[in-house]
Design a protein around this ligand. Structure first.
Ligand SMILES: Nc1ncnc2c1ncn2[C@@H]1O[C@H](COP(=O)(O)OP(=O)(O)OP(=O)(O)O)[C@@H](O)[C@H]1O
Length: 236
């Protein structure tokens, strides 16, 4: 169960954006769908502890990650969140293997044996063995996407946050990686929030859809709703 209520504001010298979102769901994969600037990425950042929240809570399977009223705010590394960033944000100076292992080594210089085995298993399961010692800049878009997904999974997350996981890929590869993610979803069974503005991603992967606009949820749809595709295409 993911249970979220978030209020926050971000601003620069010229503009201000208010996010005010609340939902609770048992759906395995929830899509946050909406136009550019709707507040989708900010929502993921706030859940991950990367964006200060002025009021609200984040509860995951009954475990409180954030509760402003109670003064609880776990740091990002204690939240059990696997985050695939828009454009992947791989570390350019680290190899594929070190990128995947990053979250496991940041406080310890060397990987523990169990962690090293998990990193190797992820490298194998994403077919990255031949690239393990390569730098991200030498990888294709699809290979970078796999590295980013493997990195998000390395910490054995309680929830997976995927921000536009296919945005940088061309149509054929998108279709292939969408199918891989669908298979992964069955295998790993990690609750997932998926940000997308592509109806194909939503229809293929999500169980529930939150239509977002203007920093809030405008509508909530189930994947088996016969009008889902029409509603997605009609959304701003
Ligand atoms: N640190 C910041 N300072 C000021 N404004 C910000 C900041 N971060 C985000 N915003 C603004 O907040 C709004 C929501 O941003 P957000 O990244 O959540 O949108 P989004 O729905 O993910 O859009 P996209 O699909 O284009 O990624 C945008 O107008 C954005 O410019």
């Amino acid at each position: 169960m993911i249970d979220i209520r978030l209020q926050l504001s971000v601003q620069d010298a010229r503009r201000r954006f208010d996010l005010n979102i609340a939902f609770a769901t048992d759906a395995p994969v929830v899509a946050l769908y909406g136009p550019s600037g709707a507040g989708k990425s900010l929502t993921l950042q706030a859940i991950a502890g990367l964006q200060p929240v002025s009021a609200g809570h984040v509860r995951l399977n009954g475990h409180t990650l954030l509760d402003t009223a109670a003064g609880t705010c776990l740091p990002p590394e204690a939240r059990g969140v696997g985050y695939l960033f828009q454009h992947y944000a791989l570390f350019p100076h680290l190899s594929v293997r070190d990128n995947i292992a990053f979250g496991l080594t940041s406080w310890r210089r060397r990987l523990r044996a169990g962690d090293a085995a998990r990193v190797d298993a992820l490298i194998a399961s994403f077919g990255l063995e031949a690239l393990a010692h390569s730098r991200p800049s030498t990888l294709s878009g699809g290979q970078q996407q796999r590295v980013a997904l493997a990195r998000a999974l390395a910490c054995q997350p309680q929830v997976l946050l995927l921000d536009e996981p296919f945005a940088a890929l061309h149509t054929t590869l998108r279709r292939q990686l969408r199918a891989e993610l669908r298979e992964l979803r069955q295998r790993l069974a990690i609750p997932t929030l998926l940000v997308s503005h592509d109806p194909e991603d939503v229809v293929a992967l999500a169980d529930e859809v939150l239509l977002m606009d203007g920093g809030g949820v405008q509508a909530r749809l189930r994947a088996d709703d016969p009008g889902l595709r029409a509603s997605l295409e009609a959304a701003p």
